[in-house]
Design a protein around this ligand. Structure first.
Ligand code: RUB
Length: 322
């Protein structure tokens, strides 16, 4: 099924799968870029129908790379639905539609991160200590923005076992001049009494306001709730999941045991089972606000964001397919 798909597109798909390209926003933008490349490098019959079929194949390949972040299928659907809506008369129009919509998605995505960061920064109090989990490019950007306003004195960054995305967070914050302290995930409750705000990203926001993010996020939120610390989720609207409106659960990715323990240890102890869930669900009651590019909402208002921003996807669901 990979026949006829350009190597650069396969490379992006592989990059997402192996987590060379990771984080929900980056994954979405990479997928849009892959669709653009696929359109420009299409080598089949230059007619609309076969081109559409080919783009459908590329879409399936991209969507199959990782299951949890809804930003991926949302980005792909955004580009492909424009191709169907535009109803292009010529092959050239069809290619153009894909290229322009992909570029629009990437541009709007980058802009959303900027708007969210500015909004989030204004919500951070003076002299704040912030805790973040995993590596969210939106959270790093928001914390950096708050730091520039002189509001951040320290950031606790969890190491985020087993993949250690927290090391990327610590490195980037430091590069941005933000004082950062790396802690093991198990130290979250120990430091929570010092923390003023928890700022985290999202892979998927469900219609009831539940936030799916890196494994451990719900423990962080639980510790924050106990200590009366505010939890802010920073997430672009394309991280809201339209299919959760019809009660579809968000699929949780399970990754290889060798991310948790070395293969040699597994060999030595073949009867020990290892579970490696990559994401968990934080219920809306544990989240104080979700900060999006169209405003700050209580998690319970997630459904309104879905109606406003993903109406086109809802229409598709009603027609019986997404
Ligand atoms: C990354 C993760 C991030 C969100 C948001 O998981 O859980 O918090 O994707 O990131 P993984 P961003 O490393 O498994 O992809 O704000 O960059 O979209």
């Amino acid at each position: 099924t990979e026949q006829g798909i350009p190597p650069k597109v396969l490379e992006i798909a592989e990059g997402i799968k192996t987590m060379r390209i990771r984080g929900a926003g980056k994954i979405a933008r990479a997928a849009a870029e892959a669709l653009k490349i696929a359109a420009l490098e299409y080598g089949g019959v230059k007619e609309v129908a076969p081109f559409k079929r080919y783009m459908g194949k590329v879409a399936d390949l991209l969507i199959a790379t990782r299951p949890t972040a809804v930003s991926l299928p949302n980005a792909v659907m955004y580009v492909l639905s424009s191709l169907h809506r535009a109803n292009p008369g010529t092959f050239e129009d069809a290619v153009n539609t894909v290229v322009l919509t992909a570029e629009k998605f990437i541009e709007e995505s980058i802009n959303a991160v900027k708007v969210i960061s500015e909004t989030a920064a204004r919500r951070i109090r003076e002299n704040s200590i912030i805790l973040t989990h995993c590596h969210s490019s939106v959270a790093v950007s928001a914390i950096t923005e708050a730091y520039k306003l002189g509001r951040v004195v320290k950031v606790y960054s969890t190491e985020t076992r087993p993949f250690y995305q927290g090391r990327i967070t610590a490195k980037q914050l430091l590069e941005n001049g933000v004082p950062v302290v790396q802690i093991p995930d198990s130290a979250v409750r120990y430091v929570m009494h010092e923390v003023d705000h928890v700022v985290i990203g999202a892979d998927t926001v469900a219609s009831n306001g539940a936030v799916v993010n890196k494994i451990g996020t719900s423990q962080v939120a639980l510790a924050a709730k106990e200590a009366r610390v505010r939890v802010y989720v920073v997430a672009e609207t394309y991280k809201f999941s339209p299919t959760t409106l019809i009660g579809e659960p968000v699929p949780i990715e399970f990754r290889d045991p060798t991310e948790v323990v070395p293969d040699s240890w597994l060999q030595k102890h073949p009867r020990i089972k290892v579970l490696n869930p990559s994401f968990d669900v934080t219920p809306p009651e544990y989240i104080d606000a979700i900060i999006t590019e169209i405003g700050v909402i209580p998690p319970q208002a997630a459904i309104l964001v879905l109606m406003e921003r993903l109406g086109w996807a809802l229409d598709k669901i009603k027609q019986g397919g997404l």
